[in-house]
Ligand binder design. Structure first.
Ligand SMILES: [Fe+2]
Length: 258
């Protein structure tokens, strides 16, 4: 069961509203490397995880991730001017009021986001200002999808996906830190960079634990594992990787039956 505490895991106090920044931070609300993805991935994986300690770890980190999602949602809301749209309108100049009145303030932010992240971002979801509803979309307006969730019946593969998810989330926060200059938002990014790094360390340890468990099980591999495909000329992989040095060299084009 879940119980909600009416305070944030780490205080989020944005200095001033900035819809372009709000659009950028949306990436971590509904994007492929965001908090919802991490939360749901670890939650889903926990059910089929046989080791009680790893199952517990997945649920604890999943629960921390929804607390991160709450912080990110609060940050975006503050960057949009707070939960009260009328209050935000009072603080705007006449041109901005006109834009906001047309539900267009965020589409104006599109230009800022484009110049900030140097890509053809298309923030079409004016809904985050047009009614102040937060959608699960990324900074380009692309909707969240269950396809972001990796869950397969292989514990090591799952945990490696989780480690990658943490490293990717950390990378996105590092980019947000560079592009979003609000000091309050940056404090939040730094906290989240630290926490994703902590999760990455935990998942690294969990992977080692899971590998030990997998080694005790019967292997499903056949006779064609211990080969290195030497299918290019002049490369270094053959001499630099231990696996390649110890493997039989496969020159192609057809494997023999063993
Ligand atoms: Fe997180």
């Amino acid at each position: 069961m879940y119980i909600h505490k009416k305070e944030l895991l780490f205080p989020v106090e944005v200095k001033e509203p900035n819809p372009a920044y709000a659009a950028a931070v949306l990436e971590q609300f509904g994007g492929a490397n965001g908090e919802l993805k991490a939360c749901l991935q670890y939650f889903a994986q926990s059910f089929s995880t046989p080791d009680p300690a790893i199952r517990d770890l997945l649920m604890d980190i999943s629960t921390e991730e929804i607390s991160h999602l709450e912080m990110v949602g609060s940050c975006i809301t503050q960057l949009m001017g707070g939960p009260d749209k009328e209050q935000m309108m009072n603080g705007l100049g006449s041109d901005e009021r006109k834009m906001a009145g047309e539900g267009n303030l965020l589409s104006d932010a599109k230009g800022y986001v484009n110049s900030m992240i140097h890509q053809n971002s298309t923030v079409q979801k004016s809904t985050i200002l047009d009614g102040h509803g937060l959608d699960f979309v990324d900074s380009s307006g692309t909707p969240f999808t269950g396809n972001f969730i990796n869950n397969v019946g292989d514990l090591v593969a799952n945990l490696q996906s989780d480690l990658a998810a943490e490293l990717r989330a950390k990378k996105v926060y590092e980019e947000l830190y560079r592009h979003v200059a609000d000091p309050g938002a940056r404090e939040m990014f730094q906290f989240l960079i630290d926490r994703e790094a902590a999760h990455a360390a935990l998942f690294e340890e969990a992977i080692e634990r899971a590998k030990g468990m997998e080694n005790k099980k019967a292997e499903h591999t056949g006779n064609h594992v211990n080969f290195y495909p030497n299918l290019s000329s002049g490369g270094q992989a053959m001499t630099e990787f231990k696996f390649a040095k110890n493997a039989e060299v496969f020159e192609g084009p057809i494997f023999s039956k063993k």
